[in-house]
Every structure is written in structure tokens, then in C-alpha cells.
Design a protein around this ligand. Structure first.
Ligand SMILES: Nc1ncnc2c1ncn2[C@@H]1O[C@H](COP(=O)(O)OP(=O)(O)OP(=O)(O)O)[C@@H](O)[C@H]1O
Length: 795
């Protein structure tokens, strides 16, 4: 078996070793070199010819015949080496074939070991730090008693509603700095604050306050004017994804419960345009939309009158630009400006309480080039508002940008240095230890670079029977997390989310994650990195690092929201990736954690899988006597075997079919499923590698595709070797193509990620029927950026 670049162990029992060893995999130069060395050894001085004469490891059956020396300063080279782990750092306890109850036992079977030939991290791991008190939250509501919403200029009714119904007694800093300005002044604003700091209410509350002021005086008495849904469209909120739009709409609905005559709605694509038109015809005061769908309605829905529109809010401005909405945004801003501002509505009601000019509010956590461009398109004399201050120059952001764009200070961050081969088992160990105690973590998000990889990891880690009936929208996206459950925590849900799922499935899956009372692990692409507000998320794992530092901060910002505690862990491989830590200028430093410490914690008890299918007993994978590392090996082998079994099952099914064997039909579903798993692993691997090549240019020095060990990476997809189409000639060409195009297009990170992360169809998040044009243009752009776009489900 070829095991490109990996350490091979031959389980040879007591039989003498064959002297002739065939070298396969890796570069041809390495193979020739290894053959020569082997020959030299055979023909060399007495003793050297006999592989048994070299010093033995603890167990002779653990003989390593070839090994890849992987060092982060150079490409791995193959050389002949005789025995196991030279570092002696790990307790390998014999071969995995013997340690794992279910490990392969085929005579002469080849297994690749996890704990040998791994590059040595340069990170120095100290003793695990004592649990310290988390830092004072930086995005929490203010605690000073004098701070309340009424003091900011909101009416008593709103303040009381927030306090009694939404349990929000005091504003956050960004709300304190934004609300008075937007309530009293009519100037454009650029809102910049860290994740989870309450930006949504910071812009929504002043809008509600001023619309309320049309019908109520400050003391609550009526002005004599009645506002209802047909009184005019006053505000438009644009957000990059449908999920975000729905979330903003949900927040607004809660706020408007005390004023149900003010009506809001969403137009977001993925839903019937006809019913959207019908809602617009009935009348709406606040509209929440994705840019593609709004641009479409502005072109085609005559009833949509923007003459009364006073506010245009651009939420997640940087993401709007990254997703390629620049043209739609230009067109929307142009159309609204073209329309003369109406001082009265169609009923002749004077709109004096509303701003006397059009106000645009741009929200973004960063002030990147693309946000500045969006500012140029949309803002006029904007005030720059941050959590710590507001000033009159939205262009002068140099001092505040770094401070603003950091993680919340109470967020505890770690990074785990994990060699490529060990990534999968370390992820499982990390999750197992996080969920080991009931109530220790309620919800966790695992970020993965691309949709194919999300699909694979979901299929691999779920238990086979679906949690829901066949007709349920979430039958293929929510399951039991078979490999993470423990006796203490037996009901953990596993969910997946990415942009290639149908919109109703996405919505239902997200709702299931939000509403679940059971612990949950959501495996997702960057589609969930922006704006998603699920307060019970306590842990974020970046299994694949983000494609840019900005995305990293957004991802980890899904936890530690509004002053709550949270933990984030970043997986990095030894070598150049470790340098990435220097780049993460975070308010809180990241504590290093070694993978072996993670394995020790995660596999402290034997690994048992819950009963599945028709089996009545839990499946015992490992025993009491094993060490955590042996359990990790056994688990890896079990996962690899599931994939291998699928290949042979599929082959025998074909045979059975050709000989008319009826059993084959009976097994069809199972085989088909497992075969799908092997295919999914290969597809995921390819997409993962290509996504790896698309980190933003400035950060590619840390995520250098030429340093990525493909054999080791394959292992983390439970594959024993890198599948074809990647690695050798063609894939090298692909990488180069990726780099080349990226260079041309990245422009300071603007058009980043030709694949992966947002590189799956998350980018065309607004892409239902009405947004098809925009989506098509985006797809073409993406195809131009990267020839392998289909790997990321862009097409
Ligand atoms: N004054 C407040 N008191 C208590 N909780 C609040 C307050 N304001 C907002 N929140 C809560 O804080 C959470 C985060 O709010 P929001 O989603 O608006 O943050 P954000 O700044 O937009 O974050 P992101 O940049 O990640 O999108 C929400 O759950 C919201 O209900």
C-alpha cells in the first residue's frame, strides 16, 4: 500500500523481515534516495545489512521501515530508518493493531502510526495555566446605575419595554455612544465596535424612537397622527446573508411588540417574490433585505416607494463588499438618492420627527479598504462612532481601528499545536473533553474551511440513524454526535451548516441549533462567522484557521457575547503555521496547548460509541488498560477502517450485483452510505487542500501550501493516502494557478478566498431566484479566480 510520506509499520509477527522493500509514494527523488540507502544498508558493513541489528524499539513488531522526516524549515524527505518513534515522547504501547480492539488484524496488514514522524512544534508548552478569573468583559452592558436607555434619549415606554420584556436594563458602550447621536442628529455614521457588543440595537432603537415620535409626544400623549403600515417606508436595513436578515428581523420584532402598528418585513431571496411583493403592497415601515433581492425589487416592484426612506443601514459592511455586492449597493444608494425626499407621506402627514435628510449608517468591525470604498459610495460627512468614543471624522480611524477590532477581553483563547496526522483524533478528543461533564459546555461551533469538508466531518462523526423522520427538513443536518457523547452527557446533537444547503434546510438547522435544550456541536463554514447571535455558544473551535485575521475575530466572536464568558481554540500545525500567533494581536493572549495534553484529557476513559442501527450494545472501541495515545490510535484505525470497509463493501456489492446476489440489494443502502463516506472523504480532502491555498496573500507565509504534507493531511480525513488529483503534477499546477490568480485578485484581502470558507456557496448567500443574476456574476468571478471552484460547491 502506498502511504505517501507517512511512517509505515509492518506487522510481521516473528517472521524475518523481507530485505527487499518497495518504496512508494512521495517524490520520485525521495524514493530513489530511499532505495539507494536501503541498498547501501544491505550491502554495508556486517550488521548494517540486517535490519534487526540496529537498536530496537520497545517492541520488535513495531518496526518502522520507512519514515518521513518532517521539519518545518524544509520539505519532508524520505530516508531509511529502522525503528519507531525516535523522539520517544509518546507512549505508543505497541502497534495500534494490537492496542485497538477493532484495529486491523489482517496478517501483514499495513498501518500507519500516528505518533511517529511528526514535525516538532517550536512552541514551548509550559505547565497548564491555573484557571484564572476571566478579564472584565469589554462588550457587556454598562454597570453604572445612572446608565439607562431613557437617559440616552429613548422614551420611557421603550426603556421600560427593554428592561421588563427583553431584560436589558443598561446600554452597552456602543449603544451609549450611538443612540443619542442618531436620536438627535441627522448625520451619517460609521459604527465600529467589537463582536457581541449590541450594534444591532444601537441602530434599531433610534429608528423606532423617531418613528414613534410621529405619533407620541415624549410624555406618551398622542400627537394626533396615527402611524400604521401604510404610512410609508422609513428605513431599510441591508445585511449580507439571509440568516442575518432574519436575525435582525427577530430582534426588531421583539422591540416592536410594544408598538405593533409599526410594521417590518424582510425581502431576502429564497422565498416567493410574489408573496414579498404582496407584503410590500400592504405596506411596511422598516424593511430588512439582502442587497440582491432589494435591488431586484427596486427595479421591478413599482409599489416599493423609497421617497419617504430616511435611514439606510448597511450592516456588516465589509462582508457586504467581500461578497461582491458593490454594484448592487451602488445601485441601491443611487436609486434612493435619486428619489426626491418627501416631507409628507401619501396621507399628507408631515414627517417632521424623522431626519430631515437621508441618513446612512455603516456598521463594520473593520476599516479595511473595501469598507472605505463602501463609505465613499454611501456616506456623507459621517461621524465615526466606536465603543470608546465618537468623533466627527469617519476617515480618521487609525488610532481606534486596532483597539476596536479585537476579541472581547473576557474571551479565553487557546491554540492547539497539532501535527497533520493527528488533527482528526485531536478534534474528537477536544470535543470529548469539552463536553465531558454535563453542563460544562452547552453549545460549540467548529469552523471548517469548505462545505465538502463540513459534509464529510458531519457524516463521519454522526451516529447512523437520523434524529428526525424522513420528511423533516433537518433529517440530513442534525444527528447524534456519536463520537463526542459520554455516559455523563449522552445526548449531544451534531449539526452542519453551509451555503450549499437549501435555504429552508439552513433556516431549520439554525433554528434547531438556537432552540435546542440539549448540548450541540455545529460544524460550519464561515457562513456562521458573521453576526450569528446564539447566546448559549460557549466554545468556538477553529479546526481550519480562518482565511484572514478579520474573519478569525468574527468567528471567535460567536461566543463571549454581551459580557458572557466564552472559550475559543485555534488548531495550528507545527511549523510555519505557528508564526500566525504573532499576527493575532488580541486583547487577550492565546495560551498554547499541546495536542498530547488534549489527547490525555479527551481519551482519559475508554472510547465507547453509543449503540447504532440494530445493534443493542454500545460499541467498545478501546479498553481500560490502554493509554490515551493508544486509544487515539485505535480510534483513528477504526475511522480509517470505516472508510476502507466501504470500498470493499462497494466492490463486493458490484460483484454480488453482477451474479444476481439478492443480499447485495439488501445491503444496498448501507454500502451506498459507506461508499459515500469514502467519496466524501476524498472530495473533502481535495477541497480542503485547495481552500488551504486561498488564505489572503499577506497571511500565506503562515499557511504555505508548499509546506502542507499531503500524506499527513489525508490521515486527518481518515484516508490512508492522499487521493489522486492533488499533490503530484496536476495539483501542483492547481496550487500555482490558485496563487497566481489570487495575487491578481486579492487586492489587500478584498477578493479573498477563491475557495473555502466563504469559498463555498456562502458567498452567494443572497442567491435565490431574484439574486440569480448577481450569483451568476459572482460565480463567474470566482471561476476566474480559481479553476477548481467546483470543489467548493460554488457552481
Ligand atoms: N444593552 C444590552 N443589554 C444586554 N444584552 C444586550 C444589550 N444589547 C444587546 N444585547 C445582546 O447582545 C447580543 C449581541 O448583540 P448584537 O448581535 O447586536 O451584537 P453585534 O455587535 O452586532 O455583534 P456582531 O458584530 O458579532 O454581529 C445579543 O444577544 C443581544 O440581545
Amino acid at each position: 500500500m502506498a502511504d505517501s510520506g507517512m511512517l509505515l509499520n509492518f506487522d510481521i509477527g516473528d517472521a524475518p523481515l523481507k530485505k527487499q522493500v518497495k518504496f512508494t509514494g512521495g517524490r520520485w527523488r525521495d524514493r530513489v534516495h530511499a532505495q539507494r540507502s536501503a541498498r547501501k544498508n544491505r550491502e554495508g558493513p556486517v550488521g548494517a545489512s540486517d535490519v534487526n541489528a540496529t537498536p530496537l524499539s520497545n517492541d520488535r513488531r513495531d518496526r518502522t521501515v520507512t519514515e518521513t522526516h518532517h521539519d518545518y524549515d524544509e520539505r519532508p524527505t524520505k530516508r531509511l530508518k529502522t525503528f519507531g518513534d525516535s523522539s520517544g515522547r509518546y507512549d505508543t504501547n505497541g502497534t495500534a493493531a494490537r492496542t485497538g480492539g477493532n484495529a486491523p488484524t489482517r496478517p501483514g496488514g499495513i498501518t500507519s502510526r500516528l505518533f511517529t514522524s511528526n514535525p516538532t512544534p517550536r512552541t514551548v508548552f509550559g505547565e497548564p495555566a491555573e484557571e484564572t478569573e476571566p478579564a472584565k468583559p469589554s462588550n457587556a452592558p454598562l454597570t453604572n446605575e445612572a446608565e439607562n436607555f431613557h437617559a440616552l434619549g429613548l422614551s420611557w415606554r421603550i426603556a421600560q419595554h427593554l428592561s421588563s420584556k427583553l431584560e436589558m436594563k443598561a446600554p452597552t458602550s456602543i449603544q451609549k455612544n450611538t443612540i443619542p447621536l442618531l436620536v438627535k442628529e441627522d448625520s451619517d455614521a460609521f459604527l465600529q465596535a467589537e463582536t457581541g457588543s449590541g450594534k444591532t440595537l444601537a441602530y434599531l432603537l433610534p429608528i423606532v424612537q423617531r418613528i414613534m415620535a410621529l405619533s407620541c409626544h415624549e410624555d406618551g400623549t398622542s400627537t394626533g397622527t396615527k402611524i400604521h403600515r401604510d404610512s410609508g417606508l422609513f428605513a431599510i436595513v441591508l445585511a449580507p446573508t439571509r440568516e442575518l436578515c432574519k436575525q435582525i428581523a427577530a430582534v426588531l420584532d421583539k422591540v416592536l411588540r410594544f408598538a405593533p402598528w409599526i410594521v417590518s418585513t424582510t425581502v431576502i431571496g429564497g422565498e416567493s417574490k410574489k408573496s414579498e411583493k404582496a407584503r410590500l403592497r400592504k405596506g411596511v415601515n422598516i424593511l430588512i433585505a439582502t442587497p440582491g433581492r432589494l435591488a431586484d425589487h427596486l427595479d421591478n416592484t413599482k409599489v416599493l416607494d423609497v421617497g419617504t426612506v430616511r435611514w439606510l443601514i448597511l450592516d456588516e459592511g465589509d462582508r457586504l463588499m467581500e461578497m461582491g455586492f458593490e454594484n448592487e449597493l451602488k445601485s441601491i444608494v443611487g436609486k434612493i438618492r435619486e428619489e426626491k425626499l418627501k416631507e409628507t407621506n401619501k396621507e399628507g402627514v408631515t414627517l417632521g420627527a424623522l431626519p430631515q435628510r437621508r441618513v446612512t449608517v455603516l456598521c463594520s468591525a473593520t476599516m479595511k479598504m473595501n469598507v472605505q470604498k463602501l463609505g465613499e459610495i454611501s456616506l456623507q460627512d459621517a461621524i465615526h462612532i466606536t465603543a470608546s468614543k465618537s468623533d466627527n471624522d469617519a476617515n480618521d480611524t487609525t488610532e481606534t481601528n486596532d483597539a476596536v477590532f479585537s476579541a472581547p477581553s473576557q474571551l479565553k483563547q487557546t491554540y492547539v499545536v497539532v501535527p497533520g496526522k493527528l488533527r482528526l483524533v485531536t478534534l474528537i478528543a477536544f470535543l470529548k473533553s469539552a463536553f465531558a461533564r454535563k453542563g460544562s459546555v452547552m453549545k460549540a461551533i467548529v469552523f471548517i474551511s469548505c462545505a465538502d469538508s463540513v459534509d464529510f466531518h458531519f457524516e463521519l462523526l454522526r451516529s447512523s440513524p437520523s434524529k428526525s423522520d424522513d420528511t423533516s427538513l433537518i433529517k440530513d443536518t442534525v444527528a447524534d454526535a456519536a463520537y463526542i457523547t459520554s455516559p455523563a452527557n449522552p445526548n449531544i446533537n451534531l449539526l452542519k451548516l453551509h451555503g450549499s444547503l437549501q435555504q429552508p434546510v439552513r433556516t431549520a438547522t439554525l433554528a434547531s441549533f438556537q432552540d435546542s435544550k440539549d448540548p450541540c456541536v455545529l460544524i460550519t463554514t464561515d457562513i456562521a462567522s458573521r453576526g450569528l447571535d446564539v447566546p448559549a455558544v460557549e466554545l468556538v473551535i477553529e479546526y481550519d484557521p480562518a482565511f484572514s485575521v478579520d474573519d478569525h475575530v468574527h468567528r471567535i466572536g460567536r461566543t463571549a457575547r454581551a459580557g458572557r464568558p466564552g472559550k475559543a481554540a485555534l488548531f495550528l500545525q507545527p511549523g510555519c503555521e505557528e508564526g500566525y500567533i504573532d499576527l493575532l494581536k488580541s486583547a487577550t493572549p492565546l495560551a498554547p496547548q499541546s495536542f498530547d495534553a488534549t489527547l490525555q484529557k479527551g481519551f482519559v476513559t475508554p472510547i465507547t460509541l453509543p449503540k447504532s442501527g440494530d445493534s443493542t450494545d454500545p460499541q467498545t472501541l478501546t479498553s481500560d488498560r490502554q493509554s490515551p495515545n493508544s486509544r487515539a490510535e485505535a480510534l483513528q484505525l477504526h475511522l480509517e477502517q470505516r472508510l476502507l470497509a466501504s470500498a470493499s463493501a462497494s466492490a463486493s456489492e458490484k460483484e454480488g450485483n453482477s451474479s444476481g446476489n439478492s443480499n447485495a440489494n439488501n445491503n444496498h443502502n448501507n454500502n451506498n452510505k459507506s461508499n459515500k463516506l469514502l467519496d466524501a472523504a476524498r472530495q473533502a480532502f481535495r477541497s480542503h487542500v485547495r481552500a488551504y491555498a486561498t488564505h489572503v496573500r499577506d497571511e500565506r507565509v503562515y499557511f504555505d501550501i508548499t509546506q502542507l504534507h499531503l500524506g499527513h493531511a489525508a490521515k486527518s480525513f481518515a484516508l490512508r493516502e492522499a487521493p489522486g488529483g492533488i499533490g503530484g503534477g496536476p495539483s501542483r499546477r492547481t496550487f500555482k494557478a490558485g496563487h497566481h490568480h489570487q495575487k491578481q485578485s486579492s487586492g489587500g484581502g478584498g477578493q479573498k478566498r477563491s475557495g473555502g470558507g466563504g469559498g463555498d456557496s456562502d458567498r452567494e448567500d443572497d442567491g435565490a431566484a431574484a439574486d440569480e443574476d448577481a450569483a451568476k456574476r459572482m460565480r463567474m468571478k470566482m471561476r476566474a479566480v480559481m479553476s477548481a471552484a467546483s470543489e467548493f460547491n460554488i457552481g
